[in-house]
Design a protein around this ligand. Structure first.
Ligand code: PLP
Length: 392
């Protein structure tokens, strides 16, 4: 596929006045993404919960909440952020392999919709804590379906060897246990097979597994009201300008066509990256262009403390020089942090670059700002939205 090179539209005049690095969120892109999701699930028994771990910028949370989505949380901090943003409790789900007692209590006190339970000991602890409060905890079993997501091994989660979920071989035991626990109400089953999944076929495999498992539950006399297939839909990191919206149509269609929902069942999704990735950029300034013996380095004021995905997963982000139209050259684009892994890209082709140029890392709205650290005692960058900075 050969695509014409285009650049994103940014309020560059405003950018020049702002201290770098900073995150920039284009709310128009976010709103279009949310409309596309709403359009695809309209009139279906489908509910989308936004996975807060991708980004908890308060303005972003408000917009997603206003679009009618629920929240998917993986910590007490995220539960609190969801409550603060006004997500209704009955639309909040709580996952994670290591829920601490205070986190479970926070969920119980606020009557969240569902705990996605990942192990037998967790089930017992939730039952005990709920009993102390005289409450019934609603739970879904997170089942490890042993489906491969064909993605980076750090972000695949649905294989037996991963730490997540209850393995199929344990299911009989879990069901027997659930029936004895007085303060647990089993309301569904939950899956999450990985992240940045761009090939739709693992979702087809997941549907087949879910159908099989549903038969199994029916045989065991259990009616499940909720099926939760998690998140993981990928985005186009290579071509954010040509494909700013993920292919939600194909994604939801796979479940429509392949998953056999029973009478009254609701199908839940937990999308993170696909909702917020494309609306965000990390904007940085060039500090120096250094001539090495065989290559040129662009040294930025942003480092892996501000966007860790390249260092952590060898992830690709499109990099644009916003202030140069000069002929393209190849650069190693690096940050200022005292670690050899602080490299965004090697041999990256970019418009001729000089000190002071503004650089955009595209598709940085998910797992960008939220993973920022203060290593080297750096300042956490600020975030601005298109509403803050006005029209382009
Ligand atoms: C991370 C996570 C998600 C969201 O994943 P994305 O790839 O960002 O869509 C959903 N559910 C659970 C349980 C998760 O851990």
């Amino acid at each position: 596929m050969i695509l014409k090179m285009i650049k994103a539209k940014y309020p560059i005049g405003k950018f020049k006045e702002i201290e770098t690095p900073f995150y920039y969120y284009d709310l128009d892109v976010l709103n279009k993404t949310l409309s596309e999701i709403s359009r695809n699930i309209a009139n279906l028994p489908f509910e989308v919960h936004y996975a807060l771990k991708a980004n908890v910028n308060p303005e972003i949370l408000r917009i997603i909440k206003d679009a009618g989505m629920g929240a998917d949380c993986v910590s007490g901090g995220e539960l609190q952020a969801a409550f603060d943003a006004g997500f209704p409790s009955e639309k909040i789900v709580f996952a994670g392999v290591g829920k601490a007692d205070w986190e479970i209590n926070l969920g119980l006190d606020n009557n969240i919709f569902c705990f996605n339970v990942e192990s037998i000991p967790e089930l017992e602890v939730i039952d005990e804590l709920a009993s102390k409060k005289g409450k019934i905890a609603k739970v879904a079993l997170r089942i490890n379906p042993n489906v491969s997501a064909n993605t980076h091994h750090y972000i695949t989660t649905g294989l037996n060897e991963n730490k997540f979920g209850i393995n199929l071989s344990e299911l009989d035991k879990v069901i027997r246990l659930v029936k004895t626990l007085q303060n647990i109400q089993l309301i569904g089953i939950h899956f999450h097979i990985g992240s940045q999944i761009t090939d739709i076929s693992p979702y087809k495999d997941l549907c087949a597994k879910v159908n099989e498992l549903e038969d199994y539950f029916v045989q065991n006399g259990i009616k499940l009201e909720n099926i939760n297939v998690g998140g993981g839909l990928g985005v186009d990191y290579e071509h954010p300008n040509h494909f700013p919206l993920p292919d939600f149509e194909s994604y939801f269609k796979v479940f429509r066509d392949n998953l056999k929902l029973r009478e009254g069942q609701i199908l839940h999704f937990e999308l993170g990256r696909s909702i917020v990735a494309q609306c965000g950029s990390l904007i940085s300034r060039v500090l120096y262009v250094k001539e090495g013996t065989s290559k040129k380095f662009v040294i930025l004021d942003a480092g892996f403390t501000d966007l860790i995905r390249p260092a952590l997963y060898q992830a690709y982000h499109r990099i644009e020089n916003l202030t140069s139209e000069d002929a393209e050259q190849e650069y190693d684009v690096v940050g200022p942090i005292c670690e050899s892994s602080d490299v965004f890209s090697k041999g990256y082709s970019m418009n001729g670059t000089k000190r002071g140029d503004l650089i955009a890392f595209r598709t940085a709205g998910a797992y960008g700002e939220i993973m920022a650290s203060q290593y080297n005692l750096r300042k956490l960058p600020k975030a601005y939205t298109s509403d803050d900075l006005g029209e382009v």
